[in-house]
Design a protein around this ligand. Sequence first.
Ligand code: GRF
Length: 205
Amino acid sequence: MNRRLGVLISGRGSNLQALIDAIAERRLDASIALVISSRADAAGLERARAAGIEAICVPHRAFATRDDYDRALVKELRARDVGLVCLAGFMRLVGAPLIEAFPNRILNIHPSLLPAFPGLDAQTQAIEHGVKVSGATVHLVTAELDGGPIVVQRAVPVMPGDTAETLAARILEQEHRAYPEAVQMVLDGGWRVEGRRLVPADPPA
Ligand code: GRF
């Protein structure tokens, strides 16, 4: 599989950094061809540039519709021959133009054990629900929000005194392990999607 990554961010970029570090430490056999931020003030843009990676801002406000925005993203990703797209704190819903351009080639990381607590503020949702365990999920992106086939999950305990912030920090540590691991798995192949599951590919006949 084409091992050139395109990473989409909107903010801090600590998961982007985890991918950069994993590549530098050769835990992840890939390269980052492009980082795109939906926001010009995303700290992740600086992290990318500091690592010598091309980083651009494509602001969604510049486009009339979500599909137009998605098409602009596809154009930038294709121009760099990206093979796998990694959403890393990208705060935009991705729609059909992007999903169809990269079928089963878009990953997202979410700070809960999906299918529990999709959407925004997953850590607050977990605390308010009173769950004793939460975690991080890396999944393939489909049209269903936070609903695609699960690639990697890592669990953490939820402690009695936790706030959304303390839980988020505990989960984030696991996100930084889970994302490079999941990217490596997807790039290495040997899997297929069956229903909503990622399963080992059939052995050659
Ligand atoms: C992470 O918690 C990720 O799971 C969620 O958004 C946050 C992004 O953090 N999708 P960062 O920008 O990677 O530091």
